[in-house]
Ligand binder design. Structure first.
Ligand code: NAP
Length: 284
């Protein structure tokens, strides 16, 4: 294994599971010092032990709720006080499974807060010192839903589009600064993302998604992301199967066909959903 991240200190959010955990393990083997964050401290502590064993010179654990503005401000202060940051990987996120009209305002806000506001606030806090040093890596983990809006994921699609748009803007604004600005759009990756997706009232559905259960290995995805962190495409589509590629093509070139196909795929009819019926606007 090449130690091509040796001497760098990376902060990876959402490191307790899935893609974030895989990123931490791969970055550790490539020699990076790490800050790993998520809510579940015990899992992060175990991960830190694994990362040190894999070759990371240091692995700091930061357990906090990214959706809590005060907790994330405190976390940023802690990370920056401990030393310079060479990379910020904005990976934490959660999805949802409810139509726009079914989704309570609180559930909508919860997704936006974690998937968009938290990355904005972390950037606001960390970017100035990275700019002052004239080098560094910014990574946004968006989604295929950040390229093509999908039914039952209204806040998630909005947040992932917003994150991708922000990064496109930053890439121009930071041109010549020495910072590398990378946006990642995963397709289907085998993680907990479907089980933790929020239902209409903001509780996790706990339901598996067949496409995600059959999705790509998170370790392979992590390797592609960290490779792109050093060179190659700045807009990385990863774990796109044929269905994802076809869907993306339709959304771009035949929007009506994408609407029809994605509505059928989401089985909106089977859910009893009809635009305008009373069930679809009731939040209980
Ligand atoms: N898997 C896919 O197919 C797929 C496809 C497209 C995009 N993505 C994106 O990939 C990223 C990683 O997701 P994943 O698939 O690896 O899902 P995952 O296994 O569910 O991991 C999500 C991570 O986010 C953390 N997190 C959730 N809520 C948090 C909160 N309030 N505060 C702090 N951390 C929180 C979780 O940790 P705790 O629960 O310990 O807090 C966990 O570490 C997400 O941005 C997701 O949208 C995934």
């Amino acid at each position: 294994m090449k130690r091509d991240y040796a001497g760098k200190r990376l902060w990876i959010t959402g490191a307790s599971s899935g893609i974030g955990r895989a990123l931490a393990l791969d970055a550790a083997a490539r020699g990076a010092g790490l800050v790993v964050s998520a809510r579940r401290k015990d899992i992060l502590e175990e991960l830190a032990t694994e990362c040190r064993a894999a070759g990371s010179p240091s692995c700091e654990v930061l357990a906090f709720d990214l959706a809590d503005p005060r907790a994330r401000a405190a976390a940023c202060a802690t990370v920056l006080a401990a030393g310079p940051l060479d990379g910020l990987i904005l990976n934490a996120g959660m999805s949802q499974r409810a139509t726009f009209l079914e989704t309570s305002p609180e559930a909508f806000d919860a997704v936006m807060s974690l998937d968009f506001e938290a990355p904005v606030e972390l950037l606001r806090a960390c970017l100035p010192s990275m700019l002052a040093r004239g080098s560094g890596l910014l990574v946004a983990v968006s989604s295929i839903a950040g390229l093509a809006g999908s039914p039952l994921r209204p806040a998630y699609s909005a947040a992932k589009h917003a994150l991708a748009g922000l990064f496109q803007c930053l890439r121009s604004e930071l041109l010549g600064s020495g910072l590398r600005v990378l946006t990642v759009y995963p397709g289907y990756v085998r993680t907990a993302i479907a089980r933790t997706a929020l239902g209409p009232e903001g509780r996790a559905t706990g339901e598996e998604d067949a496409n995600i259960a059959k999705g790509a290995d998170p370790m392979k995805v992590a390797r592609r992301i960290l490779d792109a962190g050093l060179s190659g495409p700045l807009e990385l589509k990863v774990a796109f199967d044929l269905k994802s590629k076809f869907g993306l093509f339709l959304s771009r070139h035949l929007p009506w066909a994408w609407a029809s196909l994605s509505a059928r795929h989401a089985k909106l009819g089977d859910r009893g959903y009809r635009p305008g019926n009373s069930r679809s606007v009731s939040h209980g």
